[in-house]
Design a protein around this ligand. Structure first.
Ligand code: GLV
Ligand code: MN
Ligand code: MN
Length: 418
């Protein structure tokens, strides 16, 4: 590895990186060390302002696109070269932790600062992106910012999506955009030279294997649906069961049928119903309407396709009293990362003497969409007990710094190769 690259890597500051995580974790803090920072909420806006402030102090460029993706740029020498990009997201789950998403943003910013402190010139701009609404917990589906940026979805099709309180995405987005009026404009779909995202693993494999770096080779396939059950509200004390159209009862029937569909002996398939809205949501009224989410994942394309194709018929066959509507909201086939990025991450870890292993991501990430438009990949670091989407999410400062060092090396390597 070049001396100049080693110089930049040596400037990764473990304490600064950790302290920034702790600072960001105060914004939307919840008991138990957790964070609740919904996409496009006041807390999300507050973290954007902090990051923009840090970027300005360093003299980095700041821009935003039409869906609120935020770009922090250190210029390169070639004004025509597209950026080598890194980044992740700052929104969280309702009971999220301090590291899911925020690590990729802060590791990226730390990398930018380290490269700047070493006074390196790069041919491409190096850019940290904060993707809007990665989690999809407030507005469905997830990974929305990168989907719109890469042309997988149209922004216009998403503006009327509402959260659980009926707030339109379009209105929350307008509030967010107007909260930071003094930033540059970035076109949706502007080309990227490469994309490498750092993230906590969110699973137990690295910790169990005693490895510090996960060289991520791809992301498993994913299907999301919203299923609505339509029944009729009635008095809970007077209406005989046989005469009801009980939406909760049929929701349970459908969920049980889908759970059986997705059961496998080796416990590879993931099946989750994590969101449920019941109307009128009263103990002594039969439910007239239930909306619930379905999240199914598998690393094998043939399996996820087969399961996805069976969802609607399985759900309809399980109904006893009600009718049903099903809306697919996400359809991501398994993603295979570009070998050039995988190799850049692995070479970086090996050269720096950091233990590593190849790994497939169980969670979804914005890298999924970026890898469709440029060479893409990811770097994982361990998290304690594999716990994530939980306020107890935790990790070691030294592991976060190790991941940032690998990130610097990979970004500089990609700058020279792509
Ligand atoms: C992202 O958090 C996911 O659902 O995998
Ligand atoms: Mn994440
Ligand atoms: Mn997440």
């Amino acid at each position: 590895m070049r001396e100049s690259h080693l110089d930049a890597i040596s400037r990764i500051d473990e304490t600064r990186l950790w302290n920034r995580h702790m600072h960001m974790a105060t914004i939307g803090a919840i008991p138990g060390n957790g964070v609740n920072r919904p996409a496009l909420s006041p807390a999300d806006i507050a973290t954007r302002k902090v990051l923009i402030g840090w970027a300005r102090e360093r003299g980095f460029g700041v821009a935003m696109d039409a869906i609120g993706n935020l770009f922090i740029r250190r210029a390169g020498t070639d004004p025509t070269a597209p950026p080598v990009m890194t980044g992740s997201h700052m929104d969280t789950q309702p009971r999220g932790g301090r590291f899911d998403g925020m690590y990729g943003v802060l590791a990226g910013f730390e990398a930018l600062e380290a490269i700047d402190a070493a006074k390196l010139t790069t041919r491409h701009p190096i850019e940290v992106v904060v993707w809007t609404n990665e989690e999809g917990s407030r507005f469905q589906p997830c990974t929305m910012g990168s989907a719109v940026y890469t042309g997988e979805r149209r922004l216009d099709d998403l503006l009327d999506v509402t959260d659980n309180d009926g707030v339109r995405l379009g209105d929350a987005l307008a509030t967010t955009l107007s909260a930071t009026p003094d930033v540059g404009e970035r076109d949706l779909g502007a080309p990227a030279a490469a994309y490498v995202e750092a993230h906590i693993e969110q699973g137990p494999l690295l910790e169990n294997a005693g490895k510090t770096i996960g060289v991520v080779t791809g992301i498993q396939g994913l299907r999301w649906y919203n299923i609505e059950i339509f029944g009729k509200t009635d008095h809970a004390g007077t209406t005989p069961l046989a005469l009801r159209k009980d939406a909760v009862r049929d929701a349970i029937n459908v969920i049980n049928a889908l759970r059986k569909l997705t059961q496998d002996a080796d416990d590879v398939t993931r099946f989750t119903v994590g969101r449920m809205l019941v109307t009128p949501n009263s103990p002594n009224s039969v439910a007239s309407h239930v909306l619930f989410s379905v999240d199914i994942r598998h690393p094998d394309l043939a399996v996820i396709e087969r399961l996805g194709q069976a969802v609607e018929a399985t759900a309809r066959a399980a109904l006893e009293q009600c009718t049903l509507a099903i809306t697919p909201t996400l359809h991501d086939d398994p993603c295979v990362f570009h070998e050039q990025v995988v190799a850049a991450v692995q070479d970086a870890a090996n050269t720096l003497g950091i233990s590593n292993m190849r790994i497939t991501s169980g969670a979804s990430h914005d890298a999924n969409y970026m890898a469709r438009v440029c060479p893409g990949g990811m770097i994982f670091v361990p998290c304690r007990g594999g716990v994530s989407h939980n306020e107890a999410e935790d990790t070691q400062p030294a592991d976060l710094a190790a991941g940032a060092r690998v990130l610097v090396a990979a970004l500089l390597d990609l700058d020279e190769r792509v």
